[in-house]
Write a protein of this length. Structure first.
Length: 67
């Protein structure tokens, strides 16, 4: 079961992991591409998500990729 939690308005440090992920997503994916179609956006976002989750080194894993 997943529980829903809220942070206080104006307190992004209460949810630092998600704020960090959102910033990386915006900087590394959304700000680098001009999407002409929804299909193109979905394909590029899926490629970024796959790279982030399976290829990219993560500091919490001693800078190793998850796989």
């Amino acid at each position: 079961m997943v529980s829903l939690g809220f942070i206080q308005p104006g307190k992004p440090t209460q949810n630092a992991f998600v704020e960090s992920l959102n910033g990386k997503f915006r900087n590394e994916c959304l700000n680098r591409h001009w999407f002409r179609t929804l299909h193109e956006a979905r394909a590029e976002i899926d490629a970024w998500r796959n790279h982030y989750n399976h290829v990219r080194p993560h500091s919490s894993l001693n800078y190793l990729p998850p796989r």
